[in-house]
Ligand binder design. Structure first.
Ligand code: SF4
Length: 444
């Protein structure tokens, strides 16, 4: 989905989205990105003094804990626990805004930073106050120059208006799938390659410049900025008791209005698709979470969008990617292309990525092409089982999830490809856009 697809969202679509809009409320109301003056007019300056507590205000860490905010970057880790882990360390801390959004099917952080940059930056500044940081690093991928220019202008606005007491610095990093790992950002900010680091010390203990470092996804910080202003009870008015709040979802595939939607957690997947005007043809399957996500058969489309409801299906909301696949489509061919991309984008530092992932991608490509030898399926299952939990980061785990869920969701395709060669749909044009499966040119 390109940026014009994202821009196709209109207030007409968005007004009907389930759950009261929050992060995108200003965009829904005006249809234009919020400059600093608009933002301050609506929200006021970030309540930095209140973030550390005192004079009857709840410290931000406690407010975020009471709100039940979890990370919106993919892992869904409780945000308050991360804040507390950094706040409890000795010495000046550092905050890193992870806006790398390396998942190729995701646009939500790009979109949010375009329409509400100051909400994200407020969140970073408030988090800095809460953990005792004097510097905020905002990390973007190097190839998004327009986004870099816009965010640079937003930072200039704040400097001129003297909104912040912390230093805000913008960085452009090499764009590889695993560059968005929190340890990749820290490694790069310390002068190294933008590759994950598996070994201790952990980021919250010794991160950027050997200082305690908080790394948060851009959307997570925008929610935090609203919790700081409106409190935990307000945040909990949307979502479910276990998984409160709203979340951004990038919807694409067989829908008439692809783009970024803000929905309450707990919204059924089919309702999310409805609001993206799709699918026009009978749904075949859903891919939830993106390239490192999980295929779900169409029968599960009424499942609520929560970790709790999706876990029995082996799925998770992840970074909020929902791709609808409808009509005659070969799930194996689509999967093989995504796997080739994931294999090319590993950092090749660990065994499962260096050896296992390319072998699994090759086996899957042979299956998709209808070139299966008699031992292929059992070999593929065995090799896939060896990927998870063995790397220094979760990259191979995501690839294993994609493979296992494809074999489970498309059993008819598997049977056809094994016994009669590639199915007719395998020769159709690709449905899910996949960037070229070439390794990143540089890590620095
Ligand atoms: S698991 Fe793969 S991507 Fe992750 S650190 Fe190891 S080689 Fe790199």
């Amino acid at each position: 989905m390109n940026s014009s697809a994202t821009a196709r969202l209109t207030t007409r679509h968005l007004a009907a989205a389930p759950g009261a809009p929050r992060l995108l409320a200003d965009w829904y109301a005006t249809g234009r990105p919020a400059a600093l003056a608009d933002h301050l007019g609506r929200h006021g300056p970030p309540p930095v003094a209140a973030a550390v507590g005192g004079r009857g205000s709840m410290p931000l860490v406690e407010a975020v804990e009471a709100a039940g905010l979890s990370g919106r970057g993919g892992a869904g880790f409780p945000t308050a626990r991360k804040l507390r882990a950094v706040a409890e360390r000795r010495g000046r801390a550092v905050v890193v805004v992870n806006a790398m959004e390396s998942e190729p099917a995701s646009r939500k952080d790009q979109f949010l930073l375009h329409v509400a940059p100051h909400l994200v930056l407020d969140g970073a500044v408030l988090a800095a106050a809460a953990v005792g940081a004097d510097t905020v690093h905002v990390c973007l991928p190097r190839d998004r120059s327009a986004q870099y220019r816009r965010l640079s202008a937003a930072l200039d606005e704040r400097r001129r208006a003297r909104v912040d007491r912390v230093r805000l610095r913008l960085h452009a990093l090499p764009h590889a799938y695993v560059s968005s790992e929190s340890t990749s950002l820290v490694r790069w900010l310390n002068g190294g390659p933008a590759r994950p680091q598996g070994s201790p010390p952990r980021t919250h203990e010794r991160g950027v410049g050997r200082r305690p470092t908080l790394v948060n996804n851009a959307e997570t910080l925008a929610h935090l900025a609203l919790i700081a202003r409106h409190g935990p009870d307000w945040f909990r008015r949307e979502g479910t008791p276990d998984e409160p709040g709203t979340t951004l979802v990038t919807v694409s595939g067989a829908v008439a209005a692809p783009g970024v939607l803000e929905v309450a957690l707990g919204t059924p997947l089919a309702t999310v698709l409805d609001h993206a005007q799709g699918p026009a043809q009978p749904l075949r399957a859903l891919l939830l979470g993106g390239f490192a996500g999980t295929w779900l058969p169409a029968a599960h489309q009424d499942t609520p969008l929560t970790r709790r409801d999706l876990a029995p299906l082996g799925a998770a909301p992840g970074a909020g990617v929902l791709i609808a696949v409808a009509g005659p489509v070969c799930g194996l061919t689509e999967t093989a292309r995504m796997l080739a991309y994931l294999a090319a984008h590993s950092a090749r530092q660990c065994g499962p990525c260096h050896l296992g992932l390319p072998a699994v991608a090759d086996d899957f490509a042979a299956l998709a092409a209808g070139r299966a030898d008699p031992g292929l399926l059992s070999r593929l299952r065995r090799r896939t089982g060896l990927l998870a939990d063995r790397g220094a980061c979760r990259h191979p785990d995501g690839a294993a999830r994609l493979v296992a869920s494809a074999l489970h969701t498309f059993p008819d395709d598997v049977g056809h490809h094994l016994t009669r060669g590639a199915c007719p749909a395998a020769h159709q044009p690709p449905r899910i856009p996949v960037p070229p499966a070439t390794p990143p040119e540089r890590w620095r």
